[in-house]
Design a protein around this ligand. Structure first.
Ligand SMILES: O=C(O)c1cc(=O)[nH]c(=O)n1[C@@H]1O[C@H](COP(=O)(O)O)[C@@H](O)[C@H]1O
Length: 233
């Protein structure tokens, strides 16, 4: 079975994106298209990555605007039938509810606190921390507004699970295999730790896509997750 990993296909062009997607597709459940590719290619990139593979396409556009604008955007995006669409939880209750209503067949995932922010950075943008408390507040608000999925750091997944219960999909970026470069991520954990914390879908980009062999890197993390799962069963 494909591992519960969404590979972040943050590629500079559609040819590279297609190459990465076909290399990882046998090993993972999902590929994630973000702003870098979508702003250049639009719907074409979704069709290209979906073509010929069984992976789900997750559109990470992190919508954040007034409710009417987000509703219009989500309605247009719903036509592409992504499995997941991200919005910023900080856009507020009415904005999240508008996205949920406009895209009923897509899981609206509310991004709580970006994994690139540490507590000092959070304070810098005027958000009351620490990050775990902020993530918890935003998670509760998003679920009350109808979001069926949340994006959070794997460091916060267990707490958020306790807060929102089993029915909500927890998606965790900020995943780094032991010894991998953190890059611009601040609140990270290993794939095994993310799984043990209750994450349903692990977002992993550069540790896979920037490896010499992205297919082998995806296969190796998928195998590590299977081992961790059977050890805990
Ligand atoms: O919504 C996201 O996917 C997201 C939220 C967040 O808090 N942090 C975060 O890194 N992401 C995305 O997850 C991916 C992480 O990529 P890597 O850091 O290369 O593994 C990127 O595509 C980010 O846009």
């Amino acid at each position: 079975m494909a591992a519960p990993i969404a590979v972040a296909i943050d590629a500079p062009d559609i040819e590279t994106a297609a190459r990465w997607a076909s290399a990882v597709a046998p090993h993972v459940s999902t590929v994630k298209v973000g702003l870098e590719l979508y702003l250049r290619y639009g719907p074409e990139v979704v069709a290209t990555l979906r073509g010929g593979t069984k992976v789900s396409v997750f559109l990470d556009l992190k919508l954040h605007d007034i409710p009417a604008t987000v509703a219009g955007a989500a309605r247009n995006i719903a036509r592409l039938k992504p499995s997941i669409l991200t919005v910023h939880a900080a856009g507020g209750r009415d904005m999240i509810a508008a996205a949920v209503e406009a895209a009923p067949d897509t899981a609206i995932a509310a991004v709580t606190v970006l994994t690139s922010l540490d507590d000092a950075a959070l304070e810098g943008v005027g958000m009351r921390g620490p990050s775990l408390d902020a993530a918890r507040r935003l998670a509760v608000l998003a679920v009350e507004a109808g979001a069926k999925a949340l994006v959070c750091s794997p460091q916060e997944a267990a707490s958020l699970r306790a807060e929102v219960g089993p029915g909500i999909t927890l998606i965790t970026p900020g995943v780094r295999p032991a010894g991998a470069d953190k890059g611009d991520q601040a609140r990270v954990a290993t794939p095994e730790q993310a799984l043990a914390a209750g994450a349903d879908l692990l977002v992993i980009g550069r540790p896979i896509t920037r490896a010499a062999d992205p297919g082998a890197a995806a296969a190796s993390i998928a195998a590590a997750l299977r081992r961790a799962e059977s050890a805990s069963a």
